[in-house]
Design a protein around this ligand. Structure first.
Ligand SMILES: Nc1ncnc2c1ncn2[C@@H]1O[C@H](COP(=O)(O)OP(=O)(O)OC[C@H]2O[C@@H]([n+]3cccc(C(=O)O)c3)[C@H](O)[C@@H]2O)[C@@H](O)[C@H]1O
Ligand SMILES: Nc1ncnc2c1ncn2[C@@H]1O[C@H](COP(=O)(O)OP(=O)(O)OP(=O)(O)O)[C@@H](O)[C@H]1O
Ligand SMILES: [Mg+2]
Length: 287
């Protein structure tokens, strides 16, 4: 009997030339259809935004991409700012550095219930402040906000709702995190960034794999087996070598974050509309 085994190599060893031409066409045609003039992107010094930036520059030209580096001096390592700036300067790109700690402090001071001890709420606030700043640039320059989310983070719901999860266009959503790293190498993103452990930097020493209690290699194997191969959950451990506990943990994250990938919860307008329509018909019948 044939027994299927897959490893992370099956996922990461793909044709990145094909991926680039597919995503570049997508960026160019979406930009043309939108009537907007370019892309604005938050560049953090991490791999996702570096790859999104490099892809955009190679797709539409460096003059149509603006990078905004938005450190918070309380949580962003200086090295991240240097990596972000070096990346953009390496492409000859335009950028601003906007330090956000005063903005975060102003919110915390003004909101009666807020305190810096609310680690998650303040962390998410940082992500949402960055979103507001990016949309300022988008409005001002008639640009689209380029999202940086990869498929692993998206399926895990590992992003701030209406923070880094909010954008106009998100090309990397087709690639798992492990693939984004390889794609970064292919696009010429510096090794230091490609190899940097993922971190949202929403609080000091915040590391993605530590917070999740999961490794991206396992996450990507599980999602690939479940969504792309369509395997039943109980077969995933033997096919991927990922333990049953980890498989369940990954899929639990997916199922508890469905609200992050759907629109705003809205009631069906029909019952209210029907009342109005029936009174209009009564009026018509009465002449
Ligand atoms: N069932 C439901 N239906 C509709 N809405 C629902 C809901 N359950 C919660 N909500 C809403 O969603 C909110 C919770 O979502 P959210 O505010 O996003 O907050 P939450 O998911 O709790 O936190 C964000 C997570 O994403 C991670 N993150 C953030 C930013 C960047 C990155 C990165 O990888 O770089 C990672 C961060 O470390 C943290 O683990 C609730 O406060 C509530 O408003
Ligand atoms: N200091 C920052 N300056 C500018 N943009 C930022 C900053 N921190 C976060 N962002 C934006 O929020 C996005 C989400 O952060 P996230 O940490 O997931 O991505 P990353 O840092 O690019 O890569 P990684 O997930 O590997 O850390 C970033 O890609 C970037 O667009
Ligand atoms: Mg990061």
């Amino acid at each position: 009997m044939f027994s299927l085994r897959i490893s992370i190599d099956d996922i990461v060893n793909i044709d990145y030339g094909f991926v680039e031409s597919y995503l570049s066409r997508f960026l160019r045609s979406s930009l043309a259809a939108s009537g907007m003039k370019g892309f604005v992107v938050g560049v953090s010094g991490g791999v996702d935004s570096a790859v999104a930036y490099a892809l955009a520059v190679r797709s539409v030209g460096v003059d149509r991409v603006f990078a905004v580096v938005m450190p918070d001096k309380n949580v962003t390592p200086d090295d991240d700012v240097k990596d972000a700036v070096n990346l953009v300067e390496g492409f000859g790109g335009r950028y601003d550095v906007v330090e956000i700690s005063d903005i975060v402090d102003a919110y915390v001071k003004k909101i009666p219930v807020a305190s810096h001890g609310d680690v998650l709420a303040v962390g998410n606030l940082r992500a949402r402040i960055r979103m507001c700043i990016l949309y300022y640039y988008a409005n001002k320059f008639n640009y689209l906000v380029l999202g940086t989310s990869d498929r692993s983070e998206y399926l895990l719901g590992y992003f701030t709702k209406y923070g880094d999860g909010a954008s106009d266009i998100a090309p990397l959503i087709v690639l798992f995190k492990t693939q984004v790293r390889r794609f970064g190498e292919f696009l010429g993103v510096p090794q230091k960034i490609v190899k940097k452990p993922s971190s949202p930097r929403l609080w000091p020493d915040h590391l993605a794999e530590k917070e999740l209690g999961l490794r991206y290699e396992d996450i990507d194997l599980v999602f690939f087996a479940f969504f792309d191969l369509g395997l039943p959950v109980n077969e995933i451990p033997s096919v991927t070598g990922v333990s049953d506990d980890v498989v369940k943990k990954v899929l639990h994250r997916y199922s508890t974050t469905i609200h992050k990938r759907s629109g705003v919860l809205m009631p069906d307008p029909k019952p209210v509309v029907e009342q109005i329509v029936s009174s209009v018909y009564q009026k018509i019948r009465r002449g």
